[in-house]
Design a binder for this molecule. Structure first.
Ligand code: GLC
Length: 650
């Protein structure tokens, strides 16, 4: 369609839905016409030649209008407030926590009763792990969704979710929910119809009559869960066909070459927007496009689809930001913020999975050189977008950075990765970590790491050994890791239980629906009686809780920590210390982290390499004030400690 025809078509659609383009709905109409050309261009790029292109495009635009028309006045008001603030999610005043509703608080109602706890800690943003219907025993922690609109009875009802959201809103809290875009559960209505032979719904998935194409794809597609769910295809005897199942065999991949799938899933995205989601976590977006001869990850079409979703959200629910959960190589992660004409116009947020893994690397080796060598792609993040900054989440830790980054730091990549895996699995002599290898691929020797923050930092073994020095080291490591990710830039996302140093929970081994997946060892069930220990002076729970709380408070008082693309790495004068400078206007904040168990020395010259030389520095963590010394003198960081030093010269 040419522009005039497209705009005429758009205008008639708005009219037929009684949109008042001149007055009441003017702002919406402006957004609609501003994005219309881009939406059409992106849509045509993927679906231009599809026989149902027109019908689907019409349905897509109609869903934007309907979303706007049914958006509550509270959310319309919030959209305006966020627009005034600009990129609200760059702020230093947001701290998140990711949690399983049932394991954290029993139910949605239970969670609504726990808002004071978050307030006590300083958390004002919640990521609820998937709450929509998912078959028990075949749920992948809720990432196998059988109904995108119905809250699973395990957690409560749709009404309970609404009430929780309202309560969070009143408490000025932000919410993140997932849209599991890449697949559905095999119990989803679409999958069941497809299984029963309905050709319309078989086209919602990737169905094959024989193994020809699956065999071709298998040659280049990496396996995601090689131990528990090897291969990427599952035979469905009822219809004598193969279906694509990249993750578990009960998670069927959606076929995004079919525009009806795209529109149906976009409608789910917009449905979540109208529930009141502030950041929508798009699960596994790297996988949404498949092509023979490729890894079927990070393909250009996947980016086009994400951009299309972004443009649609901008029109219908502009207050909702998008997070792309792409846990891929560093050069690929960065592309989810958009490239070329779409820089900062794709996902607003992504996980800084590279930095997270690099911190674990530094903790195991006591050496920060790999971390530094891997920063180049991370630092390319465009202004206006941000990271989720984290040390642990519900998933495993993948050592996903590139081999060349390890080589440049002077190590052999194979040996280096082997060391890290052995260290965290607790096999290496002298290792205090109590983790486990996840998804070991016997063909490639690849593996990721499971384990809770506290257990990986050594607390589990230290307690078992009744070893005071190791306990102290573990507690210091926990806070060092949290501090680093909190001051790095981005929205800190704590994982529930870590604020109280929960160690691994091995009860998953008794549950056949979970025992095949050791990620459950770091997904604890909160024990609220035990959580009271945070009030017992001298307990390690109190120490970790109070220090986590102090980190959040400290961060909240420092606007310089907002993600304003204002981070510069300091020269690595000491390989055990990671240091970066956050600067804003004439303010400077030097953040240093010692990954060695004993004291590290940093020449005062390190502080003089960035413009005006500071004379006095105040550590926001300890409150201490330092006079900057001569170049041949040192700033001393005790073992596993950090400093947040602000230049306080007038
Ligand atoms: C994401 C989730 C992970 C899940 C996978 C499949 O990576 O974080 O837990 O297994 O997607 O949905």
């Amino acid at each position: 369609m040419n522009t005039t025809a497209l705009h005429q078509f758009g205008a008639s659609l708005l009219q037929s839905h009684n949109i008042d383009t001149e007055n009441k709905d003017k702002q919406f109409a402006v957004r609609f016409f501003n994005q219309l050309d881009t939406i059409e261009e992106l849509f045509n790029y993927i679906y231009g030649d599809h026989p149902s292109r027109n019908q689907s495009f019409d349905a897509l635009l109609t869903s934007l209008i309907r979303t706007y028309q049914t958006r509550s006045t509270t959310l319309l008001k919030k959209d305006l407030e966020k627009e005034k603030k600009g990129n609200w999610f760059l702020s230093n005043q947001i701290t998140g926590m990711s949690l399983y509703v049932d394991r954290f608080a029993g139910s949605l109602k239970g969670l609504a009763e726990k808002l004071d706890y978050f307030n006590e800690l300083g958390v004002n943003f919640l990521h609820l792990m998937p709450v929509f219907e998912s078959p028990a025993g075949e749920s992948d922690g809720g990432y196998a969704v059988s109904n995108f609109r119905k809250v699973d009875e395990r957690f409560g009802s749709n009404k309970d979710l609404d009430q929780l959201i309202q309560k969070m809103n009143k408490a000025d809290m932000y919410l993140m929910l997932d849209i599991v875009l890449n697949h559905t559960s095999h119990h989803h209505e679409w999958a069941q119809k497809a299984r029963a032979g309905d050709a319309y719904y078989q086209d919602f998935f990737y169905f094959y009559d024989n193994r020809d194409i699956p065999n071709q794809l298998d040659q280049t597609m990496p396996e995601i869960f090689p131990e528990s769910s090897p291969g990427s295809f599952t035979y469905i005897p009822e219809c004598n066909k193969w279906v694509m199942t990249v993750f578990h065999n009960y998670q069927w991949d959606l076929n995004y070459t079919n525009p009806a799938v795209f529109v149906a899933m976009l409608e789910n995205v917009l449905h979540y927007a109208n529930l009141g989601v502030d950041i929508l976590r798009i699960d596994a977006p790297a996988f949404i496009w498949k092509q023979v001869g490729t890894t079927c990850q990070n393909l250009p079409q996947a980016h086009v689809l994400l951009r299309l979703i972004k443009q649609c959200v901008l029109v219908a629910s502009p207050g909702m930001a998008l997070l792309g959960e792409a846990i891929v190589a560093p050069d690929e992660i960065i592309k989810y913020f958009g490239t070329d004409n779409y820089v900062a116009k794709e996902c607003d947020v992504a996980y800084n999975a590279t930095q997270m893994a690099l911190q674990w690397d530094a903790l195991a080796t006591g050496d920060t050189r790999v971390m530094l060598s891997a920063q180049h792609p991370i630092m390319q993040k465009p202004y206006g977008c941000t990271w989720i900054s984290y040390t642990r989440c519900h998933d495993d830790i993948g050592l996903g950075y590139d081999d060349y980054m390890i080589e440049r730091a002077g190590f052999n990549p194979y040996q280096h990765r082997t060391y890290l895996k052995n260290y965290f699995a607790g096999w290496h002599e002298g290792s205090v970590a109590a983790g486990a290898l996840f998804s070991v691929n016997p063909k490639t020797n690849d593996a990721r790491i499971s384990g809770s923050l506290a257990s990986l930092c050594g607390l589990e073994k230290a307690i078992e050994w009744n070893n005071e020095t190791e306990t102290e080291n573990a507690l210091r490591k926990i806070i060092l890791m949290q501090a680093h990710s909190m001051f790095m830039g981005g929205i800190p996302m704590l994982f529930y239980g870590d604020e109280l140093a929960y160690t691994n929970d091995y009860s998953y081994l008794q549950d056949p629906g979970k025992s095949y997946d050791n990620r459950w060892m770091h997904r604890p069930i909160m024990n609220w009686e035990r959580n009271e220990r945070r009030n017992i002076e001298g307990s390690f729970e109190a120490r970790i809780f109070n220090e986590t709380k102090k980190l959040i408070r400290t961060r909240n008082t420092l606007p310089i920590i907002s993600d304003l693309k204002n981070t510069t790495w300091m020269t690595p004068h000491n390989i055990h210390v990671a240091g970066f400078l956050r600067s804003y206007e004439n303010k400077k904040l030097y953040c240093l982290f010692n990954y060695k168990s004993t004291a590290s020395f940093v020449t005062w010259f390190a502080f003089k390499e960035h413009g005006e030389r500071p004379v006095k520095l105040k550590d926001h963590w300890t409150g201490e004030i330092f006079n900057v010394g001569n170049d041949n003198e040192y700033f001393v960081l005790p073992g596993y400690s950090f400093a947040i030093l602000e230049s306080i010269d007038k």
